[in-house]
Design a protein around this ligand. Structure first.
Ligand code: FAD
Ligand code: DLZ
Ligand code: SF4
Length: 509
């Protein structure tokens, strides 16, 4: 048996646009897809994420076979420990002369692959990932010589480059950004459309059973498995979103609702990030919905900004700053993660709901990730690597290129402001304004100290006080710091003492 070229397709590269698949004719290649313990357990991955990838990998392998590819598919039950071991076996079996792979999305794996030519005894070609709209070179060219790498300017360039929501060389409607229209809180103003029932086929049922058996200690309630595992099914999810949720997406983008984990969000990051959807057609479909009058400009712009702007920007930032970025801890945050991060058992209603759905469903929307969980981690000073590993493990859409800048940079300000112009720290007042959790909570968002006071309140001021020197260089923090300094010493002491007490009892909150 001889196939000259082995092609490794990683679990998050399940796309016909994968450049490794476009290098050689099917009859000369053997494609490797491998479910391996090392990838599944390098953090405590949610069973939803493992099941989504294993099932999508199995479906993609079936498609490849239909297209005439020879596929070597290794299941988790074969107990091949690592991707390298999987490649070793196949390269030897088929006497391959080289291995081709599209570059992985995580630095960790890219580093490992440096040694693969020696370990495998054949050349390894690692191809640039062409499935993003800005290459690493594009981002570096944009970043070079800039003092600050703000997303807004990157996004404007991307709008011009891809001619999305443009009128000639001007932004559609005259403004680049309609963020100010996208901040409504949730008070049950309208019906939230029910999501379609998931279609779980036999292949997915098998995977679910296997994942329960092989990953007994991981979080994730797979009785609620609802993810698409093929391109067509992911496209159907996007179609449903454009039809039913997009019109309200902008308005309620920052809302927090007791009644729904999804609100009007897209639920497409998991598909974009594993290759089942490509970003440009997604943006074009949303623009088309606006052009035919189906949604407002602020809804379409709000959505396109996330995919064309934030998603591309965080990836650029990751590769621009790695490997040093992952070690940053600008605020020296080291408090151990409370145990309830792994159960959701806290009486803080907003947090309990966000944690529970993250653990059970593998999903939380942006404001839950940023302003509920991330904000708590920031103001309580939780250990940065532990928080990042938690986020990387828990979400179905998490890969380090996207998780790390969002968590370490945006939520925890541990990069000292490379990503965010000020820390996203907020008190309970913000959470109360954005949603309806507080009504159902044992804590009172209006109380700062004393029995029943919302923990976010005193912790917020504790955060401001302990970082006042660092924050005083930040013009956007001037007003808040000024207000804090104007308060009497006694007043400040009462708040800080209560926050200390709250931190001492963090496990019992
Ligand atoms: P929607 O609200 O419908 O948004 C549409 C799309 O825009 C998303 O699908 C996503 O592809 C993109 N997008 C929006 N915001 C961002 C962003 N900040 N960075 C990158 N893409 C964005 N997103 C991930 O894909 N993987 C992660 O591991 C991840 N970790 C995060 C951690 C923290 C602390 C925070 C604050 C955000 C994180 N995000 C992450 C970004 C964002 O929260 C998710 O992309 C979004 O919640 C996914 O749900 P959705 O598809 O319903 O998004
Ligand atoms: C996340 C993940 C998991 C859980 N399992 C596998 C796997 O068994 N095989 C595989 O090829 N990929 C998996 N992945 C995705 C990889 O971790 C991902 O390709 C790298 O982190 C690079 O982004
Ligand atoms: Fe969250 Fe505080 Fe509101 Fe409770 S009172 S839901 S802890 S913000």
């Amino acid at each position: 048996m001889n196939r000259q070229t082995a092609i490794l397709v990683l679990g998050d590269q399940l796309s016909w646009q994968n450049p490794a698949l476009n290098q050689v004719d099917a009859e000369h290649a053997v494609v490797i897809l491998a479910e391996v313990g090392e990838e599944a357990t390098y953090v405590r991955h949610n069973r939803h994420k493992i099941a989504l990838l294993f099932s999508a990998m199995r479906h993609f392998a079936a498609r490849l076979r239909e297209q005439g590819y020879q596929v070597e598919y290794i299941t988790i039950e074969q107990s091949v420990p690592s991707l390298l071991a999987a490649c070793e076996g196949v390269v030897a079996q088929w006497r391959c002369e080289r291995l081709i792979v599209c570059e992985p999305g995580e630095y960790r794996l890219r580093e490992c692959m440096q040694n693969w030519p020696e370990q495998l005894g054949v050349p390894v070609e690692c191809l640039a990932d062409t499935r993003f709209l800005a290459s690493q070179q594009d981002f570096s060219d944009w970043a070079d010589g800039r003092k600050q790498l703000r997303m807004e300017y990157f996004y404007r360039d991307m709008r011009k480059r891809y001619r999305l929501l443009m009128e000639g060389d001007q932004p559609e409607g005259g403004k680049w950004n309609y963020d100010a229209d996208n901040r409504s809180g949730w008070r049950g103003q309208r019906d939230i459309p029910p999501r379609p029932e998931p279609v779980v086929d036999e292949m997915t049922r098998d995977v679910v059973e296997t994942v329960y058996r092989c990953f007994p200690d991981h979080p994730g309630d797979l009785s609620a498995f609802r993810w698409a595992v093929t391109h067509e099914a992911a496209q159907a999810e996007l179609d449903w979103f454009c039809e039913h949720a997009l019109p309200a997406f902008g308005t309620y983008q920052d809302a927090l609702a007791e009644e729904s984990p999804w609100l009007f969000h897209g639920l497409i990051s998991m598909y974009l990030n594993c290759g089942l959807l490509d970003p440009l057609p997604v943006c074009e479909q949303v623009e088309a919905a606006y052009r035919r009058g189906h949604c407002s400009l602020s809804a379409a712009e709000g959505f396109i900004r996330q995919v064309l702007g934030w998603r591309e920007y965080v990836r650029g930032l990751y590769w621009h700053h790695m490997p040093d970025y992952s070690k940053l801890n600008a605020l020296s945050a080291m408090t151990p993660l409370p145990e309830w991060f792994w159960t959701g058992d806290t009486e803080m209603r907003c947090l309990s709901q966000a944690l529970k759905q993250s653990l059970d469903l593998g999903y939380a929307h942006h404001i839950q990730r940023l302003m509920v969980i991330g904000n708590f981690a920031l103001i309580a000073g939780l250990d940065v690597p532990a928080v990042c590993d938690w986020y990387l493990g828990v979400y179905v859409d998490a890969y380090e290129w996207v998780e790390l800048p969002n968590t370490l940079g945006m939520a925890l300000f541990a990069d000292g402001g490379i990503m965010a112009s000020k820390p996203y720290a907020a008190s309970g007042k913000y959470i109360q304004k954005q949603g309806d959790h507080c009504k159902a909570c044992r804590y009172d968002p209006k109380k700062v100290t004393g029995e029943g006071a919302c923990p976010y309140n005193s912790l917020y001021w504790h955060f401001i006080d302990r970082h006042k020197d660092l924050l005083s260089n930040n013009p956007r923090m001037g007003l808040i710091l000024g207000g804090w300094r104007k308060r009497s010493d006694d007043d400040r002491e009462v708040v800080l003492n209560w926050a200390d007490r709250t931190l001492e009892q963090i496990e019992a909150l």
